[in-house]
Ligand binder design. Structure first.
Ligand code: NAD
Length: 465
């Protein structure tokens, strides 16, 4: 079988070779999933759920092993990111494993002498395509609800970071019937395309970039199959005059996912701070960012690792250069870059704050997907809500205030699928998550997500009259 080199971004060395699945290998994974689907769907729903939960617990027992692989292939720090990611992925699977008995239909009062009801049915074989930034959590959000609902799945891992995905899936597979869960790896153009266009795929669930999401949506439309999309974001964070400053600064750092090098779709990358707090906010933010240790992802002392690859680092650097060339703009970089022998210097970037940019600057409107946030002062509440809603994204937003009326008003008016007040958390099991606008279609992480996106509702009318 053909293979692709996978790099360790921290060392710029080849980490290993992963499968480069072409159309034939992809078709054989779909065939295995198709053969396994009806027997899997015929198991009682709770039984499927129990098996998924057992598989999830087995994966949770291997946190260290999977996290070591994840850190090497993604460049994310093992302590601040990778162990937590494995644990959260297993938790999401266990959460779904407990939802088997919620796959309920309804009875309908159509005619007292007839039984009229709806039943939730699986869709068939699901194609689940994941990116490299949080591959395990994003895989779990797809395979958990798909499998518990009675579908079988072919996961397409990211060619940039396939090993931890495969390792976790392999552990899960040991607790599931053969063919229920399958993984293919390869480029989007060959493997991804072979998967999404395969006639036996009944549903596509995709997390990744806007451009690829749009192309996949068109493929789904041409075949009239459901598609869920989790795409990019440029999430605003509004710090009000009455906010708890310390909590807002900590929330900006965690919300911007600086310890993930900002490589997060929900990154709080536009931070609007009330002008009365702007100076102390910037001082505290700078002091806290300076304390983050940038370095070897495998070192327990490291907070911040590397960018995934040179292409992504070049994109981030281009945006920062654009800000540097803008009149009136300020670019502030924090923390020390590592100088250790053996670490590739180019993929380590400092947390960076841009200010003094106009609302229509590309750094304000576009997703940078790196450790770069825009900070801006505000004084007019109406104007800041308008600025917050001023991109074509709508993934997440947060508001920092002690006022309930500001919290209620702003959360109602912000155009985002996931709006938080006084916190900036990432995906939580049982809390529906998904974007508006060009950030995507559909929900993940909840019962609603499983019922709406991984089942179909059949209406049955029984007449013995
Ligand atoms: P990407 O779109 O380049 O790739 C994502 C996956 O799609 C990869 O597995 C890739 O191989 C595959 N792919 C690429 N072209 C394809 C095609 N034509 N057909 C089928 N599959 C194809 O994205 P990326 O660079 O890996 O990830 C970063 C992006 O993901 C960012 O834009 C980020 O905002 C987004 N993201 C969104 C969320 C969310 O929940 N909304 C979460 C994480 C990342």
């Amino acid at each position: 079988m053909a293979s692709l080199d996978v790099m360790n971004p921290a060392t710029a060395q080849v980490l290993g070779q992963a499968a480069d699945s072409g159309p034939e290998e992809t078709a054989s994974a779909v065939a295995a999933a198709k053969a396994a689907q009806i027997p899997w769907a015929q198991l009682p729903a709770r039984e499927r759920g129990k098996r998924v939960a057992i598989a999830a617990r087995a994966a949770a027992e291997q946190v260290e092993l999977i996290a070591q692989v994840l850190a090497r292939e993604t460049g994310k720090a093992i302590r601040t990111e990778c162990r937590g990611e494995v644990t959260v992925a297993a938790d999401i699977l266990e959460f779904y494993g407990n939802l088997g008995s919620e796959l309920k239909g309804q009875t309908i009062p159509y005619n007292p002498r007839m039984l009229t009801m709806t039943a939730r049915e699986p869709l068939g074989v699901v194609a689940a395509i994941v990116p490299w930034n949080v591959p395990l959590v994003l895989m779990a959000l797809k395979i958990g609800p798909a499998l518990v609902a009675g579908n079988t799945v072919v996961v397409k891992s990211s060619e940039e970071a396939p090993f931890a995905t495969y390792l976790m899936a392999e552990i899960l597979m040991q607790h599931l019937p053969a063919g229920v869960l399958n993984v293919v790896n390869g480029t989007g153009a060959t493997c991804g395309n072979a998967l999404t266009t395969h006639p036996d795929i009944a549903k596509i669930t995709f997390t990744g970039s806007e451009a690829v999401g749009e192309a996949i949506y068109k493929i789904g439309a041409s075949r009239i199959i459901p598609v869920s999309l989790e795409l990019g974001g440029k999430s605003p964070m509004i710090v009000c005059e009455d906010a708890d400053l310390g909590k807002a600064v900590a929330g900006a750092i965690s919300g911007m996912r600086f310890t993930r090098q900002g490589q997060s779709c929900t990154a709080a990358s536009r931070i609007y701070v009330h002008e009365t707090l702007l100076e102390p906010f910037m001082e505290q933010l700078g002091a806290a960012l300076n304390k983050l240790v940038i370095g070897d992802p495998l070192d327990e002392a490291t907070d911040v690792g590397t960018i995934i690859n040179a292409r992504q680092a070049a994109t981030i650097n281009r945006y920062v250069a654009m800000a540097e060339e803008t009149e009136g703009a300020t670019v502030q970089r924090f923390g020390e870059l590592p100088r250790d022998e053996g670490l590739s210097p180019d993929l380590f970037l400092q947390p960076t704050i841009l200010s003094g940019l106009a609302d229509d600057h590309p750094c304000v409107l576009q997703e940078i997907f790196g450790p770069v946030a825009v900070v801006k002062g505000w004084s007019d509440y109406e104007a800041v809500i308008e600025q917050a809603n001023g991109t074509h994204y709508g993934l997440a937003a947060s508001v920092w205030t002690k006022s309930l009326s500001t919290a209620l008003d702003s959360t109602a008016r912000l155009n985002a699928g996931y709006v938080q007040v006084n916190q900036n958390l990432t995906i939580q099991p049982n809390v529906s998550y998904g974007g508006f606008g060009r950030s995507g279609l559909g929900k993940e992480a909840s019962l609603e997500a499983m019922l709406e996106h991984f089942t179909r509702s059949k209406t049955i009318v029984i007449n013995f009259d």
